[in-house]
Every structure is written in C-alpha cells, then in structure tokens.
Design a protein. Structure first.
Length: 402
C-alpha cells in the first residue's frame, strides 16, 4: 500500500493501536462460548482474540491492545480481580459483561468498574441475539466500512493466513443441503477477514500455484471432516484455467482425491469467459477428470450462453447462472426470460443448473418454479469457516428465513 493510501486510511477510522478495525478480547473458561462469541464479533467486523482464564487477560491486553474486553458473570469473584487488573493497567477501552439479568452482582460489578475509572457497557443479558449484541457495542462500530488492503499473496501463503470458507448449495425442491462451495479468505492480523477481491492474483502470477495447492489440500481435509459430521457432501471449488491446463497440476489434483467415493464428488468451477476461451482444453480436461469423480462447472454464465451451444461433447456437468439474472428475478420479467433460455439450453446438454445470488424467498420460489436444480445465496447463509459451516448447515435442516 502506498503512503498516501495508508495516510488516508489512518485518517478515516481509528481503533486502538490498529487504526483499522475494532478489536475484542473474549475471556471465558468454556471453549464453545469463546467460539460462539468470536464468530458473532467477527460478523460485526471485529478482530478477535481470546483467553481461557481471566488470569491471562492482563497479558492478552498488553499483547493485542483490544478496544473491548468481554467476560462472563459466571467467573464469580475473579470478575472483581479482573476489573482491578484492567484498572491497574489503565485499560482505556470498553468492558462488557454478559450473564443473567436478574443477578444482583451484575449491577455491583458495573458500579465497581466505573469507580475504577473503566468504561463499563450495559450488561449483555443472556440469552441474546445478534441485534442485542450489536446494540451493546454500537459505539465501537465504524460508520463506514474501512478501506481494504491489497494483500501480499506471498506473505499470506508463508504466514498461514489462508482459510477456505463454505457456502451452501441447496436443492430447490426439497431444501436439502446438496453441497458446498469453497471460497478463499485471508485472516489478516490487522485487517481481519479479507475477501478474495483484495488478494487473488492474476492467473499468470507465480503465487497462483501456491494458492491452488492450498485450496486443494484444505478442501480434502475439510471433506473428511464434513463426512464425519454429516455424511456424503459434494464440494465445489474454483481454480484458474492455467492451473488446470498444467499436466502436473491435474495429476496432483487427481492423486489428492479421496479414494472413498462415499465422500461425494468434486466440482471444479470455471469462469464462463475462460471456459469459452479454452473450450477445446475443457473437453479434454472433462474427459480426464471424470474418471476421478471430478466434474466441471461453468460459473457465472450469462448473455454468452449461445456460444456454448455447439460444443460437443459437452464437458460440463453443471451450469451456474450469473446472479445478475437471478437476484430480483421474481419481479423482473426480462430476468426470468433470460433464465429460461439458459435452462432450456441446459436441458439439451444434460447439465444441472444452479441459481446464484438467491437472496429472498420470492426469488427462491421463482427459481424453483422455473426448474433450477440448485440454489445458492445469502438467503441460506453467508460463507463461513468449515467448523461453523458444519454446525450451522450439516447438523440441522436448511432453514429459509421468513
């Protein structure tokens, strides 16, 4: 990042020593509570850290300099010692306690903290929802989304910042989970979770191979984990055409495929423009990969769908229709007409169809009525880390919000 861009960013949003995003430290002896709160705060844009014991909190504050400390009333007498420690270290952030509203100790601890000169937030009474949490920490949230950095890919790979997140693909008829798409993220120590737009290099970048190797390796590891939590799960991932044209890359991908067919198949998504540009290679690639339980998918297919009509044999088992034709299709006759044309084409080549960008119930009903096989979008949930995806999507039925 250039000096001018950095200076502009530093002037726009300031939090603690980071000058980018607010930070929170969650202190609780129970791992599942730390995990739950950590994910909730990440959804709000916080950088998170945690400690299992309140006695570790002082060191965590010095190390991470959070803007918010969160701990439970269940810690009992240790809460008083913690407030004393924070006051002694002149902690200038906010303190949030959570627990049952009717405990008299809640009021006493808040008053004690204020006597120590700490900025005590109102109690977060349990149980609570996302809205209640947001209301409690509203003063720490930025008015505008902070600028995002241009992540150095080599650094992200070497430092182990890469993660693979997943978004559900849902059967439009039964609303059963059909599969998951793996999406890359970087968990930067100062910027938090960064989406691919800020770090995915050009196809010719030498670091793309390292990114591809990470995606494949992590996908296989998560696949086995999903099997233990749910059973057969089909996973889709995106890889650049240049990587798939490399004979060694294709061989390496095939060798890493699990031998157990019960894991489900793998879908390789190829951008429609790239797939069309390399149509001959796609035909050969599709022929090779099908023997390894790997299928090809056209991603973001739109107005250029007629250009695929004469490709025979057709190497793609799946067609994903661009979100610009799906989002809002329930109220847009032209979008529905475009979808139906592509659906008719998919029928002629025997490919299943996925509606991308389903964000409302009306659109879901519309794509189901038109005959889409699968749907994917924010209506069923945002992309999330593998463990959270397993808890939210694999262990219970898909729920469509009202």
């Amino acid at each position: 990042m250039g000096n001018e861009a950095t200076e502009e960013l530093n002037q726009s949003v300031t939090f603690g020593k980071r000058k980018v995003r607010p930070g929170v430290c969650i202190a609780d002896a129970k791992q599942h509570i730390r995990t739950f709160l950590g994910e909730a705060f990440e959804e709000l844009g916080f950088l998170t850290c945690e400690c299992a014991e309140l006695s570790e909190l002082g060191a965590a504050v010095e190390r991470n300099r959070p803007d918010l400390i969160v701990f439970s009333l269940s810690a009992g007498g240790a809460c008083v010692e913690t407030l004393e420690t924070l006051a002694a270290r002149k902690f200038d952030g906010k303190v949030l306690l959570f627990g049952p509203r009717d405990l008299s100790v809640a009021t006493a601890l808040r008053e004690l903290g204020e006597e120590f000169g700490l900025a005590m937030l109102p109690l977060l009474s349990t149980p609570f929802d996302d809205k209640a949490l947001r209301n409690r920490v509203a003063a720490l949230l930025p008015f505008e989304e902070p600028l995002a950095p241009a992540i150095d890919v080599a650094e992200a790979v070497s430092m182990g910042w890469l993660e693979l997140w997943y978004q559900a693909k849902v059967n439009t008829r039964t609303l059963d989970l059909s599969g998951a798409e793996g999406l890359m993220r970087v968990r930067h120590p100062f910027w938090g979770v960064v989406p691919p737009a800020y770090f995915i290099p050009a196809d010719s970048d030498p670091h793309f191979r390292a990114l591809s190797d990470f995606v494949i390796g992590q996908m296989v590891e998560d696949w086995h984990y999903f099997l233990s939590e749910h059973g057969r799960v089909e996973i889709a991932i995106k890889l650049p055409v240049d990587c798939l044209q490399d004979t060694d890359s294709v061989r390496a991908l095939s060798l890493q495929m699990p031998e157990q067919t019960g894991l489900g198949g793998l879908i390789m998504e190829i951008n429609a423009t790239e797939a069309l540009r390399h149509r001959a290679q796609m035909q050969e690639l599709g022929r090779q990969l099908r023997f390894h339980n790997i299928g090809l998918s056209i991603d973001d297919l739109g107005e250029d769908w007629p250009s695929f009509a004469n490709i025979r044999p057709f190497p793609f088992i799946e067609i994903k229709i661009d979100r610009k034709f799906v989002t809002g299709c329930a109220d847009d006759r032209l979008k529905r007409a475009a979808c139906r044309q592509i659906l008719d084409f998919a029928d002629t080549v025997g490919a299943r169809t996925v509606a991308e960008g389903v964000e409302g119930r009306d659109d879901l009903y519309c794509v189901r009525e038109m005959g889409f096989n699968l749907a994917q979008g924010l209506l069923f949930g945002k992309p999330m880390p593998s463990r959270k995806f397993a808890r939210a999507m694999l262990r219970r039925p898909v729920v469509v919000p009202p």
